[in-house]
Design a protein around this ligand. Sequence first.
Ligand code: PGA
Length: 252
Amino acid sequence: MRSFLVAGNWKANGDLQLLASMQSAIAQLEPGLASSHKVEAALYLPHVFLPAALVGESPIRFGAQNIASVEAGAYTGEVTVDMLSQIGVASTLIGHSERRSLYNEADEVLAQKLALAQKQGLQSVFCCGETLAERESGQGIEVVKAQLNAVLAEVNDWQKLVIAYEPVWAIGTGKTASPEQAQEVHKAIRELVASFDASAAARIQILYGGSVNPGNAQELFSQPDIDGGLIGGASLKIDDFVACIKAAQSLV
Ligand code: PGA
């Protein structure tokens, strides 16, 4: 059976004080995250907070929000997979809708990033999702499939891939996909993965993201193809993020 993954995405928010408080709140969770293995927690932090986060043992996995699309070179301001690996970072987001829309990251560049992460054994949480206009025109699932088809040929280690379905219209808007709407897309994503690798499809974690909060987490996570959440706003509030983790724990 797949474990749940409850992942926070701080975006360009938070500070070291919040990080320390969040770490101690999560460390106190019962039953312990590290011992249960059925619920994993992760936080995707601004790069500069990662060294502080990685000091000492922690039941949370810490990851980056973005990686360079090149291995190294004259790319001012970029952070490479190798640099992240050197400080012990084991996971990264790729293709978040804000990277796609605000930084013009197209399928080709996202495929390069995924290939680099795979090559160096870095786990990727690859994000996909349709806009409201795409959903309303009946193209939602096709858009998501196209975003995945553009990159999944780069995968050779499926164990190092998580997929996050985040409808753009639900991110930061307070509008959440209904559990049924989300489940329909998650099922289609799992079927798509099966067309690449049937055993990977059964194992891969597919997260829902878009205004997940303590009030909707349990219902979303209880859908058969939803294996947790990628959580923005609510991951900046200790009580809310802990409640989302507990929502997953209540289902195992
Ligand atoms: P949200 O963000 O939970 O604030 O909607 C989710 C995300 O962008 O990953």
